[in-house]
Design a protein around this ligand. Structure first.
Ligand code: ADP
Ligand code: MG
Length: 573
């Protein structure tokens, strides 16, 4: 393998691509279909699964990019069962291995694993089985460390290869190869040895998160010069996306959540994601007070309590888990009907992952996020030290506030995909209520806000976002009220205007650290000079009817300097 050699992969996103006509007329087709039903107890394939299976059964090297929970494992487990010999599966985490082995045992597929904690006896059995022509195992799971460090394993694999017993190599979470990916594992770098030693064995790399540059890196590291790449759409068409405005009064949002859980989601299973461990405890307690079987889950709980909550929720004995993001790994419950975010996520990618735990059974499910003004700055504090943390948070805020575009299309940008409004089929609140929005001119409001910030700056005063809104609403000291133009807008709209000005670059955040906390202040943004021009106008879109009282506001600008503005706004996020 020449790692520096340029290699090209063919991407296969549409049904007209190579492999699309590989349907059910192969020598293995009947067996594949039978095992799907009889061994795996599944009624039909999900998009791309059959195509991936046929390609790997044909002996092609393949990269499969598919969102989490869509069923990548089946694409090597089913071929393993239908092939002679065994499939070698490289997995980064022992816990993932254990989950799979447990599952495969339950459906009577013979699978074993080798990792650092395997006993000598167990390792001996596995090593013997690998070269046994009777083929006692269909799948052998190993950690990348084993491939990199165990000479004995490599020599056994060599023997199996020469005896045609090594039928396929699956590298799960293949993005771990690349330093540019988010989960780099040094031992993945050494996996190129597999294809160098066992060149005739097809390799299948699987991941949910890979850009084309990461995949290119993986190709070179794994020494698979021209893999076919199958990419499934990240658009989850059965999920309904909705944003609700969260009042500064926390009780109101909890009551709202409770009434949803008790009416729309009666007897149905769901998750409420919260910001902190303290919130997990308090929101769960509040929901319990309202007769809902809700339990907290966070990293600081006793491991036994955590697994008990997980187990009881999985078996429908608990209706709601109120969790921090610690509730994520290994959750594979198919019938989750709602994922409610009591607080926004810190990025759209995180939101997609967290909300994506809804509706894995392909039936309709809801993803609702409560968008609160103060929460933006709570999360800012948390991400302030992260590299592009602030920028990612503002993208999430934009997702919540922007009603000019379908929520799906706002998400799609982050997966290098284009999902247009048609791909949504009214499965988001913006598309469903598109007739309920009107546009209003808020130029004057923007000038008032900017004037307050200017005044504070001139007096060398620091204005927190909350203070800014309150001053504008006339809640500041009487002396100050005389100096500024206060507003009659209701609080929600006042907050929405401030957020939008922040997103569009008329305001910006500044912060200062104390040993205990980080404070956020509002400063003038770089677009402020545009407001001085009499021809410059700002419009916002507002929801005028409908439930949820979600006054959702969106802002557009127009003026003689429109082109300049478009340039600036493209830089603002
Ligand atoms: P991934 O590795 O892509 O995150 P998994 O392979 O762990 O996903 O599969 C997630 C869940 O989807 C599993 O519970 C699996 O049984 C289920 N699943 C896979 N394929 C199908 C299918 N064709 N129909 C229904 N459920 C499926
Ligand atoms: Mg997986």
């Amino acid at each position: 393998c020449n790692a520096a050699k340029p290699s090209s992969s063919s991407s296969v996103p549409s049904s007209k691509s190579p492999g699309a006509n590989l349907v059910m007329n192969f020598p293995w087709s009947r067996e594949v279909e039978q095992h799907l039903k009889d061994s795996f107890h599944l009624s039909k394939f999900r998009p791309l699964q059959l195509r991936a299976i046929n390609l790997t059964m044909t002996g092609k090297d393949l990269f499969l990019v598919m969102p989490t929970g869509r069923g990548k494992s089946l694409c090597y487990q089913l071929p393993a069962v239908c092939s002679k010999g065994f499939t070698l599966v490289v997995t980064p985490l022992v816990s993932l291995m254990e989950d799979q082995i447990m599952y495969l045992k339950s459906i009577e597929v013979s699978a074993v694993m080798l990792n650092a904690s395997s006993s000598k006896d167990h390792a001996k059995t596995v090593m013997a089985g690998i070269t046994d022509p009777k083929g006692p195992f269909k799948l052998v799971y190993v950690t990348p460390e084993k491939i990199a460090k165990s000479k004995l394993l490599m020599s056994r694999l060599e023997k199996a290869y020469n005896a045609n017993l090594l039928s396929r190599i699956a590298v799960d979470e293949v993005h771990c190869c690349s330093q540019w990916g988010h989960d780099f594992r040094p031992d993945y770098k050494l996996l190129g040895i597999l294809k160098r030693q066992f060149s005739k064995v097809p390799l299948l790399g699987l991941t949910a998160t890979a850009t084309s540059s990461v995949l290119k890196d993986c190709e070179e590291i794994l020494c698979v010069p021209k893999p076919i790449t199958l990419t499934a759409s990240f658009n989850r068409t059965n999920l309904y996306y909705e944003v609700r405005i969260k009042d500064s009064d926390n009780d109101a949002s909890i009551s709202d959540i409770a009434s949803l859980v008790k009416s729309r989601y009666k007897d149905q299973s769901g998750i409420v994601y919260v910001f902190s461990q303290k919130d997990a405890e308090s929101v769960a307690a509040e929901l319990q007070k309202r007769d809902i079987l809700a339990y907290p889950y966070h990293a600081n709980m006793d491991p036994d309590d955590k697994s008990q909550v997980h187990r009881r929720w999985t078996s429908n004995k608990i209706q709601v888990v109120v969790a921090t993001v610690a509730f994520g790994m290994g959750i594979d419950k198919p019938n989750v009907r709602f994922v409610i975010h009591h607080t926004i996520s810190k990025s759209i990618e995180n939101y997609y992952q967290e909300s994506g735990r809804a509706g894995r059974d392909d039936r309709p499910a809801d993803c609702i996020v409560y968008f609160g003004f103060a929460d933006i700055f709570r999360i800012s504090t948390m991400v302030v030290m992260e590299n592009v943390g602030q920028q990612k948070l503002l993208q999430m805020v934009d997702y919540c506030q922007n009603v000019d575009r379908c929520r799906r299309s706002l998400m799609a940008v982050h997966f290098d995909e284009v999902w247009d409004n048609e791909g949504c089929s009214q499965m988001c609140d913006t598309c469903r209520h598109s007739k309920d929005y009107t546009t209003m001119d808020i130029t004057q409001h923007a000038r008032e806000v900017v004037q307050i910030v200017e005044l504070a700056t001139s007096m060398d005063e620091k204005l927190t976002p909350l203070k800014l809104v309150e001053a504008w609403m006339g809640k500041g000291p009487a002396k100050r009220r005389k100096m500024i133009q206060t507003t009659t807008l209701p609080r929600r709209q006042a907050e929405a205007v401030v957020v939008r000005l922040l997103l569009q670059g008329y305001l910006r955040e500044d912060f200062s650290f104390t040993p205990y906390t980080t404070y956020f202040y509002m400063k003038l943004g770089r677009k402020v000079p545009l407001l001085k021009s009499q021809t410059h106008t700002l419009n916002m879109k507002m929801r005028t009817t409908g439930t949820g009282a979600a006054v959702v506001i969106s802002l557009t600008s127009s003026s003689s300097s429109d082109v300049w503005l478009m340039f600036l706004s493209s830089m603002s996020l």
